[in-house]
Ligand binder design. Structure first.
Ligand SMILES: Cc1ncc(COP(=O)(O)O)c(C=O)c1O
Length: 354
């Protein structure tokens, strides 16, 4: 079965085998070697300076990393503007509400790109220290324009907190932009690890004024202990094994730019093949990530019919979220997916729409 949902992904044999390494106590040196390798390799992906940036690991899914970032990096007296144009932006607003962080949400239709003029006007109305945004809004496949948003924030001295859960290691992120304070991400999407390990790439500077609103996900505490080759709790050791192997594999394959190129080719193969069958993508390629694309359901075919027919052929696709579930389906080409797999997928669609 090949997973074309946006994580967890189909594993390579190399990463799957890494799960079978020796049992490991998380208080032994071998575990801290593993943790250090993961942290060093994460910092290296975008060639960051380890004196300036730190990878803070945690046990939990991508939402844990996003929650840790939001709960910790908006200071006690800070105020957050959340850019919403899909499910994951809305989730950040829920997190901010839950922690009683001073915040406002700037809502967009799920199909819309963030409106930079509205964002600038809201920031100029004052009082905001931070903006939170989803880089790749997996709800629709839209790649939000991080660079343009960062420029708006930089001009106003506002810091940016980025949910890069479905873009990290596959899309360009300009960490050199001083407005970016942190990017949250996970092991089991573009990195091709297994679920259970996630992380925040954080500027060391941003940790200095971190708030401590959560116990388990306290980013400043995790950061401090991990810098000391320590950990406060029992980490998902096997997920770390897989993360490290996936990071080695990423480096061997040419790093994030090679992964971007590979995903772009697969996404275009799927888009062109589906277009030839009369199935249109929802967003133009220039506005979409290379990671996932949303498509309109073929006339007269429900999502359940499509899903079940493709599953019988060995593919798991993904439904649209919320109100989009009756209109859309989504295909991600993360993980151990190759052109021959997309070709077989397209044959499945052709058989169904014939
Ligand atoms: C952009 C984005 N943020 C957050 C999440 C939540 O990740 P998880 O389900 O691993 O908690 C996802 C999951 O697909 C996502 O795509």
């Amino acid at each position: 079965m090949l997973l074309l949902n946006p994580g967890p992904v189909t594993l390579t044999e190399r990463v799957r085998q890494s799960l079978l390494q020796p049992d490991l106590c998380h208080r032994e040196g071998e575990f801290f070697d593993l943790q250090e390798e993961a942290r060093t390799r994460l910092v290296d992906i975008y060639k960051l300076d380890a004196a300036e940036w730190q990878a803070v690991l945690m046990t939990g899914s991508g939402t844990a990393a996003v929650e840790s970032m939001i709960a910790g990096l908006v200071p006690e007296n800070g105020k957050l503007l959340v850019i919403e144009n899909g499910v994951y932006g809305e989730r950040i607003t829920q997190i901010a509400s839950q922690y009683r962080i001073a915040h406002e949400a700037l809502k967009h239709e799920w199909m819309q790109a963030p409106d930079l003029e509205r964002i600038a006007a809201r920031l100029d109305a004052g009082g905001f220290t931070h903006v939170a945004v989803i880089h790749h809004e997996t709800t629709t496949g839209r790649l939000n324009d991080l660079q343009a948003l960062a420029a708006v924030c930089r001009a106003r001295g506002v810091r940016l907190l980025v949910d890069g859960v479905s873009s990290f290691a596959a899309e360009s992120i300009d960490f050199a932009d001083g407005s970016i304070a942190a990017v949250a991400a996970t092991a089991n999407k573009c990195l091709h690890g297994v679920p259970g390990a996630s992380f925040v790439m954080v500027r060391r500077e941003a940790l200095k004024q971190a708030a401590s609103r959560t116990y388990y996900l306290d980013i400043a505490r995790l950061a401090k202990l991990q810098d000391q080759r320590n950990t406060p709790f029992t980490p998902s050791v096997h997920a770390y094994y897989a993360l490290v192997e996936a990071l080695r594999e990423l480096a061997d394959e040419g790093g994030w730019t090679a992964r971007h190129a590979r995903y772009a080719a697969l996404a275009e193969q799927a888009r062109a093949g589906l277009a030839a069958l009369g199935i249109d993508s929802v967003l133009p390629p220039a506005e979409s990530s290379v990671v996932l694309r949303a498509y309109r359901l073929p006339a007269g075919v429900s999502y359940v019919q499509l899903h079940d027919a493709l599953k019988a052929r060995g593919f798991v696709i993904y439904a649209g979220q919320g109100g989009l579930s009756a209109e859309l389906f989504r295909i991600s080409t993360m993980g151990n997916i190759h052109p021959a797999d997309v070709e077989r997928l397209l044959q499945g669609f052709a058989a169904l729409t014939r």
